[in-house]
Design a protein around this ligand. Structure first.
Ligand code: BG6
Ligand code: MG
Length: 206
């Protein structure tokens, strides 16, 4: 009996992975190595700075913190350029209908995302009004698989963890939801989302 639904953003509501990929690949290119789409899988659900660390590890490079901050800023500037062109047409199938249906049933709806660009993206997609609470990378200290983001979201909905269901496309996110004591619906493939309570290809099947 679900009273609250907490949605990850990237990969659940909108496919931003392709834009993250283009921006990270450009940085790798400037640093002199190839960053593939397969490598990009490892960045899903992971915070911006942790993503950079993984990318540099793939390239076999190390930099002082101050230079890494500049790299991450440059990557983000390019990423924001891409996502500034987002609109409703890029909502993943079924998102609008499912969220609208939940609202009609009185289910609380929250966003639980690692992204610091979450509010910007929700506005571009014109779905900000569908959320009762938005918890993003600006509000949390501990990255998924830590449960913090989902625990804050559930508290903002004024619900208990066992009353909430998490929707996630990344392995770290599935783990975070379960660590929060919530049931987790995985969006994607069973091979990647082994630990999810249920796996579906997208919200359109619900
Ligand atoms: C997650 C994405 O939602 O947000 C990651 O899956 C991304 O790939 C992370 O690195 C942080 O996003 P941003 O927008 O703050 O750089
Ligand atoms: Mg995701």
């Amino acid at each position: 009996n679900m009273k609250g639904a907490i949605f990850d953003l990237d990969g659940v509501i909108v496919d931003t992975a392709k834009y993250h990929y283009l921006a990270w690949a450009k940085l790798a290119d400037e640093l002199g190595f190839k960053f593939t789409e397969e490598h990009n899988e490892r960045l899903k659900g992971v915070s911006r700075m942790r993503s950079l660390d993984i990318l540099l590890e793939i390239g076999g490079l190390e930099f002082p913190e101050a230079e890494k901050v500049v790299m991450a800023d440059n990557k983000n500037r390019l990423y924001v350029e891409y996502i500034s062109r987002l609109d409703e047409s890029e909502l993943l199938p079924g998102v609008k209908a499912y969220l609208t249906g939940l609202r009609a049933r009185g289910v609380g709806i929250a966003l639980g995302s690692a992204s610091k660009n979450a509010e910007f993206i929700l506005n571009k997609l014109n779905i900000t009004e569908l959320f009762d609470a938005v918890v993003d990378g600006n509000k949390v200290a501990l990255a998924k698989p830590d449960p913090e983001v989902f625990l804050i979201a559930c508290r903002e909905l004024q619900l208990l963890p066992e009353e909430c269901i998490v929707f996630e496309d990344a392995e770290a996110g599935v783990q975070a939801g379960q660590a929060a004591g919530m049931k987790v619906v995985g969006i994607g493939s069973r091979e990647v989302l082994k630990e999810a309570d249920l796996v579906i290809p997208g919200l359109h099947v619900l």
